[in-house]
Every structure is written in structure tokens, then in C-alpha cells.
Design a protein around this ligand. Structure first.
Ligand SMILES: Cc1cc2nc3c(=O)[nH]c(=O)nc-3n(C[C@H](O)[C@H](O)[C@H](O)COP(=O)(O)O)c2cc1C
Length: 345
């Protein structure tokens, strides 16, 4: 097993990545039920939390069934980040994660996210303040460095560990790479193999299949992996990876009944979290993802995204099940969207 402070995770845990506009509580519950071992919230602005912005407050909400959950904060000012960490503390997640990886201009310009990669002393001070301000275990997610000439993750990992973090997730790209090229895990492996490092090291970047997960586990020796884009619209990736790691065999793709079940579960959580109107509306972008691959599904999808009441939507989902029950879905490779042009983070 893997331990992050007092939190016990299974061997080689599978982590759901923090993803703005994606990793909300309903989606996290769906991922949890399909094998994710540890969740992270979308990143939350420390300034927004301090100003009590409703949008930021809502991101602190957690369903008990998705625990353990880490709340992720970003900010470039020590005092403000520490204040935000105190706010997070009272909302009772399992851990607090600091984002030192977000490459988006607006965030970098505030000296936050991966902007901090240019000033390691500041990164360490921010981390120390956070650690002192909260009773929660603090973890960090970051990138290899700012650019090709400053891949300083080995130094960063040691210094952050000394500052008191309990685990580190490394996305195998630099800030300047955004999402370009392939993630390079060789430096992540170096961090993991550094005898000075005793906290769990999680690798992140480009995992899109059970085979790749096993290959990277063996090749880079990390303590676990974090999965982002491959889970968008395909929460089954977690259970498929776990099955492959345990048995060496591919798991059958989800049946139509399982797909419909996940739609219903996601809808139910969406209603619980957002209320009836907003919950129905928020769910509309998910139907096609979950049902894609079924022939002529568009007609059903059109109805699902225009209906406004839950019984009507559930009736269409039941009709999908009746129409396609027993249909054998073909496995199609997951396409990782390249976010480097217009990425949110
Ligand atoms: C839509 C989207 C939103 C993201 N939001 C965040 C975020 O809020 N915080 C964060 O640390 N990383 C964020 N990321 C980066 C992911 O956590 C992850 O590091 C990245 O997608 C690489 O992993 P992958 O190849 O498994 O997708 C986001 C990525 C995407 C695609």
C-alpha cells in the first residue's frame, strides 16, 4: 500500500487529475465507482476563496462517497495562500494540494501555478506557509520545470519534501511545452529513485490505456499514476487499468447497461449537487461521451439534451437500453485532446 501521511491507498494508486470544469463532485463520484483511488478538485483560486466568491466556495464541496479527496489551491502570495489554506482546513477534505503546474497566462502572470517554477525560493516559502497554516497533509502537483533549460524538478522535489509536503505529482512536461509533444517520464523516475526522497511520487502525463499504465509503472517505478484527459467521458479507464495490472488481461469495455447506469448515476449526483434545473443542464455535455460508439445515437442524444425533466430523461435512457441491449461495443483507442493552444490550464 501507499501512504500519504495518515491516508492509506492501495498499492499503485490511480489518481483522478484535478481538471478545471471537469473534476466536479458528480464526475468524481462516477470515477470513484469505477476505480479511481484518490480524487482532486478543480483548482481553486486562493484570492477567490478569501473573497468568498460563490464559484470558489462551491468547489470545496465533497460527497462523502468520493473520499479521499484533495482540494487544490493556487496562488502566488504567501499570506493569501496561507489564509486560503485555513479556509480549506475547516471544510474537511483528506488533503490539500498546491498547484504549481498551471501554465495558463493569466495564472502565470499572477506569479501562481507554473509561474512559480521560475522562483524556487518562492515556491518553497509558499509551501512552508501552507504546511504551517493547515492541519491537513499538503501535497504538490507541478511540472518538470519552466522550460527545456530549467528542468529543475529534482531540486524542487527535495526542497518541497523538506518543506513538509507528503506527496508529489509530476506532470512530465515543462511550462513552455504546455501540452505539446510527449510527456517525458525519465526525470520523474530520477526523482523517484533519489535515495533522499521518501514521500510518494506520482507520475502524470499521457496515460491513455491499461497497457501504457503497466509499461510506465514498470519502466519508471513511480508510486502511482494520475490520469486526466483519458478519464474525460471514459471513467472506466480506472477499472480497466486496475484489472490489467492485476491480471495482465484486457477487461471488456463497458456494456450498454453500464453506460446507461453511469449516465443515471452522474445525473443523480448532478441534481444533488446543483439542484434540479442546473443539474439537468450541467449533465447535457456528458451524454454523448458516455454513449458514443452506439450506432445512430444522435437522435437519442438530441432528445436527452433538450428535455428538462428528470423522468423524461430517465425514460429516454431506458429506451436507449432497450434499443441497444446486448449490442457489443467495439473498443476504440482513447484520443487525448491536445490542450496546448486553447487550454484552460
Ligand atoms: C480540461 C483540463 C483542465 C485541467 N485543470 C487542471 C487544474 O485545475 N489543476 C491542475 O493541476 N491541472 C489541471 N489540468 C492538468 C491535468 O491535471 C493533467 O496534469 C494533464 O491533463 C496531463 O495529464 P493527462 O495526460 O493524463 O491528461 C487540466 C487538464 C485539462 C485537460
Amino acid at each position: 500500500m501507499v501512504k500519504i501521511d495518515h491516508i492509506t491507498l492501495p498499492d499503485f494508486p490511480l489518481l483522478l487529475a484535478p481538471m478545471e470544469d471537469v473534476s466536479d463532485p458528480p464526475f468524481r463520484v462516477v470515477c470513484k465507482h469505477n476505480g479511481a483511488d484518490l480524487m482532486f478538485t478543480e483548482f481553486i483560486s486562493s484570492e477567490g476563496l478569501i473573497r468568498d466568491a460563490i464559484k470558489c466556495r462551491r468547489k470545496l464541496e465533497i460527497f462523502d462517497e468520493e473520499r479521499p479527496v484533495g482540494i487544490q489551491l493556487f496562488g502566488g502570495d504567501e499570506e493569501r495562500l496561507a489564509m486560503a489554506a485555513k479556509i480549506v482546513d475547516v471544510t474537511n477534505p483528506e488533503l490539500l494540494d498546491i498547484n504549481f503546474g498551471c501554465p495558463v497566462k493569466g495564472i502565470v502572470a499572477q506569479g501562481a501555478g507554473s509561474g512559480v517554477l521560475k522562483d524556487i525560493d518562492l515556491m518553497v516559502r509558499l509551501t512552508e506557509r501552507c504546511v504551517r497554516s493547515t492541519t491537513l497533509p499538503v501535497t504538490v502537483k507541478t511540472r518538470l520545470g519552466w522550460d527545456d533549460n530549467t528542468k529543475n524538478i529534482e531540486e524542487v522535489a527535495e526542497r518541497l519534501q523538506d518543506a513538509g509536503i507528503k506527496a508529489l505529482t509530476i506532470h512530465g512536461r515543462t511550462r513552455c511545452q504546455m501540452y505539446k509533444g510527449e510527456a517525458d517520464w525519465s526525470l520523474i523516475a530520477k526523482v523517484k529513485n533519489n535515495p533522499r526522497i521518501h514521500i510518494p511520487i506520482f507520475g502524470n502525463g499521457d496515460i491513455d490505456s491499461p497497457q501504457k499504465a503497466l509499461e510506465y509503472k514498470d519502466r519508471y517505478g513511480v508510486d502511482g499514476i494520475m490520469i486526466g484527459r483519458a478519464a474525460i467521458g471514459y471513467p472506466w479507464i480506472f477499472r480497466e487499468i486496475r484489472h490489467y495490472l492485476n491480471t495482465g488481461e484486457e477487461m471488456a469495455p463497458p456494456t450498454v447497461a453500464e453506460r446507461v447506469e453511469v449516465c443515471k448515476q452522474h445525473l443523480c449526483k448532478s441534481l444533488q449537487w446543483k439542484g434540479d434545473g442546473a443539474g439537468v443542464y450541467a449533465m447535457r455535455r456528458h451524454y454523448l461521451n458516455y454513449l458514443k460508439g452506439l450506432p445512430n445515437i444522435k437522435e437519442f442524444r438530441t432528445r436527452l439534451v433538450t428535455l428538462n425533466t428528470v423522468p423524461e430523461i430517465e425514460a429516454v435512457l431506458d429506451e436507449v437500453l432497450r434499443t441497444y441491449d446486448g449490442f457489443e461495443m467495439e473498443r476504440t483507442p482513447i484520443q487525448l485532446v491536445n490542450y496546448h493552444e486553447n487550454c484552460l490550464v
